[in-house]
Each structure stands twice: as structure tokens, then as C-alpha cells.
Ligand binder design. Structure first.
Ligand code: SF4
Length: 487
């Protein structure tokens, strides 16, 4: 059956009207100035809309014409547009733009795709977007959301955005060409997300063949207490992931995952590397400030946090050398909350390290209590304990083992009783939701796992918790990431 595109677009128009408008469309509504639309489009690649909007605002306060932009050098532009993704490259391209426009187009932004493609930093997607949004001329801008969703709908069957653009030129009614990008970007950022799309709340659920899709599983990563879906760019998205060796995870596509998820803060545990052993692409991930707390022992333990916002202060450890030398705790302080990334010790076989683990647990509780007296606390990481029987697939067989010993579980009881909220359980009371699987015996395929990775907040911050999830479809480690959307 052919996908009913007219019906889908009609429903999307109504849905998207209530959602967040992509920044480039917004700038086009506010001004028909092709130069501003071009600059905003260049800034928007691989960057969240609120970050693009702020950067465009700072840049436009200094330069709204090619002549004014020509007065800024690349480093001045860098400072204005940071932290947009690839800010150095974009600053270089923007510094070259005035001369390119003056040399070939008498200082005007051209409207033809082939002309736009000659400008620095302008690829096919940007060229199509500028032609359609700034000039209102027929062009189909195919970004990752358009390419992905058109294939999910089986409206096209293509491998690349360029092939999708060509297929849509043949097939998509021209009346939708200009609008389709804005519609699908807003829809792809909010409902049909790249990771775990919200099929359960989708207005196209009865039309969509869902080709290649792993939707959110019922009972997992549910919506907030209001019953509304926390959509789009609402709140801040946090991710926590035990990567079991950062260098290995990089080889398994970690950078692509981080770009796709586009979180505001990413907490990594068990990085097993010193920062100087890591490639530039993760040490200075575009758009993020990065902080590293490696263990003294090489190739062991360690934590890292990547944050889009610059924190007020960073604390490496908790002034307890027996834990700090293993690089287990890293805290970022913001104006309205503390973000603690923690890698709790493993109690090990025959509970050989249980005493160390319990001492760490107590030290962590005391530390979190001190911080929560000041402001909100978000504590995430690999806690190395499954709290309740529903938090692991084989509770009876594992009773008394590391990670499910009575002592570790009792500490988790006392921790929550001390005024902390296990955010995932706020939304999902169901069993079968795990964040770690043994590499042995196809455990992950059979979903024989443990939920030992958490986002916890102090109880007073309950109202700031919009959503919590387990991203079980993301591979690259024996753990999967867990997430929190925080107001
Ligand atoms: S049903 Fe699911 S896959 Fe299909 S469009 Fe809606 S959210 Fe996307």
C-alpha cells in the first residue's frame, strides 16, 4: 500500500503547530533576510535549536550584513558562536563568506542551488534550506530527520539523504517541498525521535508501517506524572552510560550515538583511560565542555562528564583518597543543581570487595546529603546494585551475589529512605527493564539482565523530573545508557 502522504502531512500540520518550531524557520518568519537565514542555517548543523538561537543572536548583534561580518576575524566569530557544534569550522567558513559573496554574487546571497553550493560551509542540505526558506522557491531540504522518517514510512527506499532528495523530487507533490523539512524536523525532534520514537503517542500510528523502528517499549521511559508526553526540547536531557572502556566504545560508534541523542549532559563511567590517551574527537567534542577524572591505575575505572553548559565549578572526587584515586566521582555545579557522576565499586566475586563498596556507598550518601542541603542534586551512574527483585532477570539465582547481596540492597533501601528518588521507577513499575547484560550466553538478546544504572534526584526536585528512560537499543558497551529529562 502506498503511504498516504496527503493525510500524513495534514495531520502533521496540526500536530507540529503545537510543537516547537525549528530555529531556521523561526528566523525566516521573523526576517526574510537571506543572509541571516544562510548564517543561521550554517550555525544550526549538528546543534540544538536553543544553542543555535543564542549563538545567532550574539552574532547578529555584531553583524547582520556581509560587510559587518567581514570586520570580524575567525577567532572573534568563534567566541560569539561557541558552543554550537563544530564551532571552529563554522567560524572559519563564516569568516570566508563575505569575500565569497562579494567575489561571485555582488555581495548578495544567491538563490540557485548550484550557486549556493559554491559558498564556504554550504552543503546540499543548507543550500536547499536557504533556497526554500529564505526565497520561498521549490527545493527539498533532506536532513537526517526527513531521510529517516521518509524511509520509516516506506515512502522512499533509499540509503542516503541525497538519494532521498532525488526520490522525493520524483514523488513528493511540489506543494509540500518547502514545508516538509520544517514539519519533519519538529516531528523528528519530538515524537518520531531517532532513539525510541513515541509511537504510542503518534498521530500517524495507524498509517505508519514503522519500517526498521524499535519504538519505546510499553512501560519503559514513560511520560511524566501529568500524563503529557515530555516532547521536543522541553527541559534538559541527561545521559549516563557505563561505556566499559571509552576507547573500545569509540570504535563501536559512540560519537555517532552522542550526536544522535544530542544530550545536554553526558556522564560516562568506567572510561578506563587517561584523557591524553584519547582522541581529539572525544576530548573536545564540538559543543561540549569536557571534564575527566581518570583513575591513577591505567586502564581502570574512571569517570567523565561532557556538558553543553559550562558549570560554575567542578569537583574531582570527594576528598577521600581511597575512592578518589580510582576516579569514581565527578561533580559539576550549576546555578540551580549539582550533577554527580558516580561509578560505584563492584563488590566482586565472593563479595571480596564488599566492605570497600559499602564504605563508598556511605561516603556517597553523606556527600549527596551535604550537597542537597544547598540545592537540587542529580546523581547518576553505575551503582553496581540491582535494588529489587524486579531489577534483575534471575533474582533467586543471584541472591547474595555481588550486586544483589542483602547488604548492598539494604544500603539502597536506606539511601532512598534518606530522601532520594529512583527516577526510572517514577514512570515504570514493570519488570524486564535492564541496563546491563553479561556478554555471555546471548544474555542481551534474551534480555537476561540487571538494572544497575540509575538517575536519582533528591525528593524535593521530584517536580523537575519530566521523564526517565533506559535506552536499551543503544549498543557499544555491556551497559546501555539511561536518561533523565530534567526541568
Ligand atoms: S508510528 Fe512511530 S515510527 Fe511511525 S511516524 Fe509515528 S513515531 Fe515515527
Amino acid at each position: 500500500m502506498t503511504f498516504p502522504i496527503d493525510e500524513a502531512v495534514s495531520r502533521l500540520e496540526k500536530t507540529v503547530a503545537a510543537l516547537h518550531t525549528p530555529i531556521v524557520d523561526l528566523i525566516a518568519v521573523q526576517t526574510r533576510d537571506p543572509f541571516k537565514v544562510l548564517v543561521a542555517t550554517i550555525l544550526s548543523a549538528r546543534t540544538k535549536d536553543d544553542v543555535t538561537a543564542a549563538a545567532a543572536g550574539r552574532l547578529f548583534a555584531q553583524a547582520t550584513t556581509p560587510e559587518q561580518l567581514a570586520r570580524l576575524d575567525a577567532s572573534a566569530i568563534e567566541q560569539l558562536i561557541f558552543p554550537v557544534g563544530f564551532f571552529r569550522n563554522k567560524a572559519r567558513h563564516l569568516s570566508l563568506l563575505p569575500a565569497a559573496l562579494a567575489g561571485k554574487f555582488e555581495g548578495q546571497v544567491p538563490s540557485a542551488i548550484d550557486d549556493l553550493l559554491t559558498l564556504p560551509g554550504v552543503g546540499r542540505k543548507t543550500a536547499n534550506l536557504v533556497r526554500s526558506v529564505a526565497f520561498g522557491l521549490p527545493a527539498i531540504c533532506v536532513d537526517t530527520h526527513v531521510h529517516r522518517i521518509m524511509n520509516i514510512w516506506a515512502y522512499v527506499a533509499t540509503d542516503t539523504p541525497l538519494a532521498t532528495e532525488m526520490a522525493l523530487r520524483e514523488k513528493l507533490p511540489e506543494k509540500y517541498w518547502i514545508r516538509i523539512n520544517g514539519l519533519l524536523v519538529a516531528f523528528g525532534q519530538s515524537i518520531c525521535r531517532p532513539v525510541a520514537p513515541h509511537c504510542d503517542a503518534c498521530p500517524l500510528a495507524d498509517l505508519c508501517p514503522r519500517l526498521g523502528v524499535s519504538p519505546r517499549r510499553p512501560g519503559r521511559a514513560r511520560s511524566g506524572t501529568t500524563g503529557e508526553m515530555p516532547v521536543g526540547n522541553v527541559g534538559q536531557l541527561f545521559l549516563s552510560w557505563n561505556v566499559n572502556g571509552l576507547r573500545a566504545a569509540l570504535g563501536k560508534g559512540l560519537i555517532e550515538v552522542l550526536k544522535t541523542v544530542n544530550a545536554d549532559i553526558v556522564a560516562l563511567q568506567e572510561i578506563k583511560a587517561q584523557p591524553e590517551q584519547l582522541p581529539e574527537e572525544i576530548r573536545n567534542l564540538p559543543g561540549y565542555h569536557s571534564f575527566w577524572h581518570a583513575a591513577e591505575k591505567k586502564g581502570y575505572s574512571g569517570t567523565a562528564v561532557l556538558s553543553r553548559r559550562e558549570p560554575l565549578r567542578v569537583r574531582y572526587g570527594i576528598d577521600q583518597p581511597e575512592f578518589d584515586r580510582e576516579g569514581r566521582i565527578l561533580t559539576l555545579e550549576f546555578s540551580d543543581f549539582f550533577f554527580i557522576n558516580a561509578y560505584f565499586p563492584n563488590a566482586q566475586e565472593e563479595l571480596k570487595r564488599l566492605d570497600y563498596k559499602l564504605a563508598f556507598d556511605e561516603a556517597m550518601l553523606a556527600y549527596a546529603n551535604r550537597l542537597k542541603a544547598e540545592k537540587s542534586v542529580v546523581l547518576c551512574g553505575d551503582f553496581n546494585v540491582a535494588h529489587q527483585e524486579i531489577d534483575l532477570a534471575r533474582p533467586r539465582e543471584n541472591r547474595g551475589n555481588a550486586g544483589f547481596s542483602d547488604e548492598e540492597r539494604a544500603w539502597m533501601d536506606s539511601f532512598l529512605a534518606a530522601g532520594y528518588l529512583d527516577t526510572f521507577r517514577k514512570f515504570c513499575p514493570d519488570p524486564g527493564q535492564y541496563s546491563w547484560w553479561s556478554y555471555r550466553a546471548n544474555a542481551r538478546q534474551k534480555n537476561i539482565g540487571w538494572r544497575i544504572d540509575y538517575f536519582v534526584v533528591d525528593e524535593k526536585s521530584d517536580a523537575r523530573v519530566l521523564d526517565a528512560g533506559i535506552l536499551a537499543d543503544i549498543m557499544g558497551s555491556d551497559h546501555c545508557p539511561v536518561s533523565l529529562r530534567f526541568r
